[in-house]
Structures are given as structure tokens and as C-alpha cells.
Design a protein around this ligand. Structure first.
Ligand code: FAD
Length: 651
């Protein structure tokens, strides 16, 4: 059966090879967040080629546009906003207009002014209320009820004067890479003073559970903190550390023992690498000794949505952070139908998770998943496994619409109708666009920093330096991988390890980045995989499968380790065993013939006959073995023998 399977794999490979000839348009959604793992050696999608939905443009005219009536005087001086409306439409007339009027007109004007004054006051109060840090902000800065994905987060501290103007270590971006850099700096320099500037309104948190575990636990949105149940049922916070762990930015400079402060809702507009100054959007200057850019990535969208009228845009969202989760969580409870656009990891995990969630609390909810590839996660998984996965997703209850693209979008009553290229129409209340991300490099041009033309991302060397004393790590960096060449990777593990290395180098370690990062994806608690290296389905693959038991699932492995972050497992993983038991293997080969359900297996990705990538399908705690196989850089005559090293035939 093993041989039979290999033949199937080889046939599949022939098909895969033909996929190299995809027309360029086929590459548009190549950048799904996990699919970027191995990018930059072929078929690259240019960053910035797709327009990103401007969330701010979704805000309806509000008090904010009326804040300065004096400035708004004279509509001819008011530039049109992004929707082509002038801000005056929403504002009262100026109170001191200098022109002659009749008494009646004057009275009517006075009434209007009174009304305008009331509206203005109400509007201003509303704006102040919106900008205020929430009372129930609690430990995390989370305001579930008011934090919509389209509202700018509150600034904490509210004035930049409370942010130090001189720091030894400045970390731009409060995501996983930034937080990991802090930990590394602190471990080498115990009294380090570290300032994190984050555009988000939250303390550093992990993103992977946002498309997985949080949806399987209806109670996860707690009053003042975000917790979720891991697959084994134990509770965990999304936040790396609670509020008490941090010191306030105001106190950072004076604290003799140093520490880490996070300024939330603050964006760095540019850096002067020569003067070593970071400039906030309001002009506030922060002088640094060492600085890390860990600005991550932002979701892409499709032109069809970004160019749609505002009334349609209100139904369209992307998905990246806590505010998106909080908003979607509300929608899922109330709505009848959602469509997820994109067949990559994020789209597939969300489609699966929302359907499971619907079965718990909103059975009327229909979840559609629309993507242009033939199967789920098709950019990574070999064709047969991708199709198997699609079948599994559909069995869960997702209405999967493969081989389809949205060609037009219309508003019909309370729904948006998506017109597909095959003439079908899907009408839904909400559309979630999950077509990949692009690196956040907004500040590059103004700062004179180089962005890689192919991968996107701040260009850094193997030591993760962009310029002297300026580093980049995580999703936003395009680094030199001494094994595979220039790369940009969008994975949790990469953010942790590259952030850590950048932190160490900021303290003076001077080490190169040699780590091959891994990533994982779970479709609920029962199916999951881990991968490493270049896992691109257009490469030839050879796979070996075995029958899975109850122990071969994400849930089982989390039960064993009590850790949902699977990149953390490696330290305790099993080591390579170069002499597997032949008896075991024979027995398992018989078992293998009894199953066709791809229970668990090892998929090898080959380039020039070398193994350049490995997917561990429902096989866990074997990443060290995979890492070793990649490192060996050998041509293997029989990959079945290599598969035995992963003990997939063991009981
Ligand atoms: C829903 C979801 C699920 C995922 N699941 C997995 C998974 O299962 N496995 C896996 O390996 N990976 C997964 N990923 C990917 C992984 O989470 C990312 O690779 C990782 O978060 C990248 O970390 P980062 O620190 O580089 O960037 P981010 O986490 O994006 O953090 C960047 C931070 O910088 C801030 N910022 C940006 N520009 C500025 C500026 N100019 N000034 C100040 N702040 C700025 C941003 O607001 C943000 O807070 C998932 C991602 C998402 C969204």
C-alpha cells in the first residue's frame, strides 16, 4: 500500500508540476497569511498591488467631522473626503457668518444656530466619549461593546507628552515579534528600559486563537479580559501578560529597575535612522539607542470591495485583530448569513469555526466560503489532500464554493449579493475578506528605508538589521535566509524567534537568523497540521499516510502539553531516531492499507530532488525530526524510510 500511495503521490506530482504554468492572475491571492511561508523564490505577488480597505473610510460622518466648525467655514475650502462628500454636509453652519440678512432669515438662522449648537455639543460629547479610555477597560484595555473594527482605538496615554522622549530600546509594534524582542532584551539586560509603541488599542496578544479556539468557547468574550478555552478545555488569556506586568510610559524613565511600557493607539509616522529619532503622527519625537520595527502585516482586500460604494463597504470586513473578533462575534450571533472570501488558512479556519459556533448558538446562520482554487488550502496542500479537506469543511456544514471569483457586488435590501464568475449569486449579511496580508511598511519611504520589491517588507540582513541600530522582525521583515535566500514569513513562530533574535542583537549579540520557522493550522480540535520549510503545492510531493488514532489530533496534543501555541512544543519534542523498528513498520504498512482517509501522514516537498519542506498531517511533536531532515540537505532514494523516522506507524 505504501508503494501504491507513493505512486498516487507521484501522479499527483505530475499534476502539480503543471501548476507552475498558472496565469499571473492566478497569483493574486498567493499571500494568504500562512501561505507566504516560502514566498519569494517564484510567482511572487507584489506588495501593495491590491488596495487595502481603508477602515477609516467606513466611519459615517460623525461628531469628529464637526469638531472645528470655524475651520469648516466656507465649503469651497473644504476638501472632499474619501467618499467624495464634503465634511460640511455633516456640520452646522459657522456661528459668525458675515453677511446681510432679513429679520425672518435672521430668526430662522438663529433657530438653526441653536439647533446646530445643540447638535455640535452632542457631537462633541459623543466624540469625547468615544476617545475616552473605557471605564471597564480592566486589565487589558479591551472594550468589547464599543471597539468596532472600524473605530480608531483610544490612545493610552492620551497625550504624547506622557510618552518618554528618550529611550534606550524602542520597539515599534506591540505584536508577537515586538513582545518577544522585549523578553530577549530583558533577559540580557535586566534593567533595560523598553518602550513599545503600538497602533493597536491593546496590550500585546497572540493572534492564532482568533481563528480557532475563541470560536469554540461561547464564553470567551469576558467582561474585562479576553480568555479562551484551549482544545483541552483549560482557560488561557489572549494577552501575553496582564496590565500589572507593564509600567506606565510616564514612569519608564524614572524607574531604576527599568521595565517595559506600552503606548497604545500611537503610530510611528517615520524614523530618522541617522539621528535615531522616531516621530509619532503628532510630531512627538522619541530618541532611541536601538530600535526595532515589528509593524507586522495588514489584511489585503479585493478591488471589487475596496472600490464599492460605502453602503456596500459597511457589509465588508477583514479579519486580523481583537476588534475584528469582537465585531464578528456580535455579528455571528445576530445574522443569518456570512460569506468568507478566500480558501487559505485564515478563510478555512474561520469558515470551519463559525459553522461550529453557529451550531452552538445561532443555527440559522449560513456560512459560505468562496475561493478560486479547486480546494481548501490548495496553495499548500497537495491536490488530493486539499480536496479531502474541502470535503471535510463541507461536511461540517460550510457551503463551500470552490473555483469561483466574485465578479460584482450589489446591495439588495439588507444583504449584499455577490455575483460569481459562473453566474451564481450568493446573498449574505456580512462578507469577510481573507485573501492574505501585506507587510506594514507605511513608514519606509518617509524614513528612507528599503522595502524588498518582491517579498515586500523592510529589507534586512541575516542579523535582521535594516540600518545601524535599526532592526526589523516578524511579518514586516524581508530577511536574508542563508539556506533559502531572501524571504518574508508570516507565522507566529517566525515572529517569536526573529523578534527574539532582533532583541538579542539590539543588546549586542550579533547573531544571524538561522531558524527555519514552523507554522500550524487547525480545523477545529480534530484535524491539524504543522509545517516547516518551503511547502508550496506547486512543488512535487511524496506523502506517506497511516491510520490515525484518538491521540492524533490537536485536542489530544494540547491535552498532553496544555499549550495551544504549538511552536512552544519543540523543546520537549521527541528526538530523531535513525533506526525505526522494522516489525512496527511492517505492521503499520498493513494498517495503512486499511485506510484511505488520510488519518495522519508526512508530506515531503521536493525541489531539485531535495526535501525543502515537510507537512506533518495530524502528526505532532515531531517538528525536531522534520527540522533535522531539512537540515541534512540530502537526496533520499526512499522517502518511506525517512517517514519512518516520524514514528507514524507506532501505536
Ligand atoms: C486570525 C489569525 C490567525 C493566525 N493563526 C496562525 C497560526 O495558526 N499559526 C501561525 O503560525 N501563524 C498564525 N497567524 C499569523 C501570526 O499571528 C502572525 O504571523 C504574527 O502575529 C506576526 O507577528 P508580528 O509581531 O510580526 O505582527 P503583528 O502581530 O501584526 O503586530 C504588529 C503590530 O504593529 C503595530 N503597528 C503597525 N504599524 C505601526 C506603526 N507605524 N506604529 C506603531 N505600531 C504599528 C500593529 O498595529 C500591530 O499591533 C495568524 C494570524 C491571524 C490574523
Amino acid at each position: 500500500m505504501l508503494r501504491h500511495r507513493s505512486v498516487i503521490s507521484l501522479l499527483s506530482n505530475i499534476h502539480r508540476q503543471t501548476c507552475h504554468l498558472r496565469p499571473p492572475s492566478h497569483n493574486l491571492v498567493r499571500t494568504d497569511y500562512l501561505n507566504k511561508l516560502s514566498r519569494c523564490y517564484s510567482n511572487k505577488s507584489k506588495s501593495g498591488s491590491d488596495e487595502t480597505l481603508n477602515k477609516a473610510s467606513c466611519i459615517t460622518p460623525s461628531a469628529a467631522t464637526c469638531k472645528s466648525p470655524i475651520n469648516n467655514r466656507g465649503s469651497s475650502h473644504i476638501p472632499a473626503n474619501k467618499e467624495g462628500q464634503t465634511a460640511t454636509n455633516a456640520c452646522p453652519p459657522p456661528p459668525d457668518c458675515a453677511y446681510e440678512e432679513s429679520a425672518a432669515t435672521q430668526a430662522s438662522k438663529n433657530n438653526k444656530r441653536l439647533l446646530a449648537a445643540i447638535l455640535f455639543t452632542a457631537g462633541t460629547c459623543y466624540a469625547i466619549w468615544k476617545l475616552q479610555p473605557d471605564k471597564d477597560d480592566g486589565k487589558t484595555g479591551l472594550k468589547p461593546s464599543r471597539k468596532s473594527a472600524t473605530v480608531a482605538p483610544a490612545k493610552i496615554p492620551s497625550h504624547s507628552s506622557e510618552i518618554p522622549s528618550n529611550v534606550p530600546y524602542l520597539l515599534v509594534g506591540g505584536g508577537t515579534a515586538g513582545f518577544s524582542a522585549f523578553r530577549a532584551i530583558k533577559s540580557l539586560d535586566a534593567k533595560a528600559k523598553v518602550l513599545i509603541l503600538s497602533e493597536e488599542g491593546h496590550l500585546p496578544y497572540m493572534r492564532p486563537p482568533l481563528s480557532k479556539e475563541v470560536w469554540y468557547d461561547p464564553d470567551s468574550e469576558k467582561k474585562d479580559e479576553l480568555t479562551f478555552k484551549q482544545w483541552n478545555g483549560s482557560e488561557k488569556s489572549l494577552f501575553y501578560e496582564p496590565e500589572e506586568f507593564y509600567i506606565s510610559p510616564k514612569e519608564l524613565d524614572q524607574n531604576p529597575n527599568g521595565g517595559v511600557a506600552v503606548a497604545r493607539g500611537w503610530k510611528v509616522a517615520r524614523i530618522d535612522p541617522y539621528k535615531r529619532i522616531a516621530y509619532l503622527e503628532d510630531g512627538h519625537e522619541i530618541k532611541y539607542e536601538k530600535c526595532l520595527l515589528a509593524t507586522g502585516a495588514k489584511p489585503k482586500t479585493l478591488d471589487i470591495f475596496s472600490k464599492a460604494p460605502d453602503a456596500i463597504k459597511k457589509h465588508i470586513t477583514t479579519y486580523r485583530g481583537i476588534p475584528d473578533y469582537v465585531e464578528l462575534n456580535k455579528i455571528v450571533k445576530e445574522t443569518d448569513s456570512v460569506a468568507i472570501i478566500g480558501g487559505g488558512f485564515l478563510g478555512s479556519e474561520l469558515a470551519f469555526a463559525l459553522t461550529r459556533r453557529a451550531s452552538l448558538e445561532n443555527p440559522k446562520l449560513k456560512v459560505y466560503q468562496v475561493f478560486k482554487e479547486p480546494g481548501n488550502m490548495h496553495k499548500i496542500l497537495p491536490e488530493y489532500l486539499s480536496l479531502w479537506t474541502t470535503n471535510k469543511v463541507a461536511k461540517e456544514g460550510v457551503h463551500v464554493i470552490a473555483n469561483s471569483e466574485v465578479q460584482d457586488v450589489k446591495l439588495e435590501g439588507k444583504e449584499v449579493s455577490l455575483m460569481l464568475n459562473d453566474g451564481r449569486k450568493v446573498s449574505v449579511n456580512k462578507v469577510i475578506v481573507a485573501v492574505g496580508v501585506e507587510p506594514n511598511t507605511d513608514l519606509a519611504e518617509k524614513s528612507g528605508l528599503e522595502v524588498d520589491p518582491d517579498c515586500g517588507g523592510f529589507l534586512v540582513n541575516a542579523e535582521l538589521e535594516a540600518r545601524s541600530n535599526l532592526y526589523a522582525a516578524g511579518d514586516c521583515s524581508c530577511f536574508y535566509d542563508v539556506k533559502f535566500g531572501r524571504r518574508r514569513v508570516e507565522h507566529h513562530d517566525h515572529a517569536v524567534i526573529s523578534g527574539r533574535l532582533a532583541g538579542e542583537n539590539m543588546v549586542g549579540a550579533g547573531k544571524p537568523y538561522l531558524h527555519q520557522s514552523m507554522f500550524w493550522s487547525d480545523l477545529g480540535p480534530d484535524i491539524g497540521f504543522e509545517a516547516i520549510g518551503i511547502v508550496d503545492s506547486s512543488l512535487p510531493t511524496v506523502a506517506v499516510f497511516a491510520k490515525a488514532s484518538d491521540r492524533d489530533s490537536p485536542k489530544a496534543i494540547v491535552a498532553e502539553s496544555n499549550d495551544n501555541i504549538r511552536s512552544n512544543y519543540e523543546a520537549s519534542a521527541s528526538s530523531i531516531n535513525s533506526s525505526p523498528s522494522p516489525q512496527n513498520t511492517e505492521k503499520s504498512m498493513v494498517e495503512n492499507s486499511a485506510t484511505d482517509d488520510y488519518g495522519k501522514g508526512i508530506i515531503f516537498y521536493l525541489r531539485d530532488e531535495l526535501v525543502v519542506g515537510i507537512v506533518l498531517w495530524n502528526v505532532f511533536r515531531r517538528m525536531t525530526v522534520a527540522r533535522q531532515v531539512l537540515k541534512d540537505d540530502r537526496k533520499y532514494d526512499d522517502l518511506n524510510e525517512v517517514a519512518k523516522l516520524f514514528h507514524i506507524f507506532d501505536e
